[in-house]
Design a protein. Structure first.
Length: 98
């Protein structure tokens, strides 16, 4: 991953993260960091977050998602995050809560 090119992270968040305001919280942090993408619930109880932007800002979002204990009043209880990295893709212009 090059620091001078936008990065994309697909983050699968496990734990008690549905029905607690987690997607709203993740969206707010992503917007504060200037990222685009989305957060959505999955049928198996996880939350999928796709975030794109400067690599250091995407890494900061991942750090906030994984942080234990949370310093940002993150709702729910995150047990683990699984992150896949890649180059940014076209078509994302905002950060949505799906």
């Amino acid at each position: 991953m090059r620091e001078d090119e936008p990065a994309r992270a697909a983050i699968w968040v496990h734990g008690r993260v549905q029905g607690v305001g987690f997607r709203w919280w993740a969206r707010a942090r992503a917007l504060e960091l200037g990222l685009v993408g989305y957060a959505r619930n999955t049928p198996d109880g996880r939350v999928e977050i796709v975030a794109q932007g400067p690599p250091d800002k995407v890494r900061e979002l991942v750090r906030l998602l994984e942080e234990k204990p949370t310093s940002q009043r993150r709702p729910g209880d995150v047990t683990t995050c699984v992150t896949s990295w890649g180059p940014a893709r076209e078509g994302l212009v905002d950060f949505l809560e799906k």
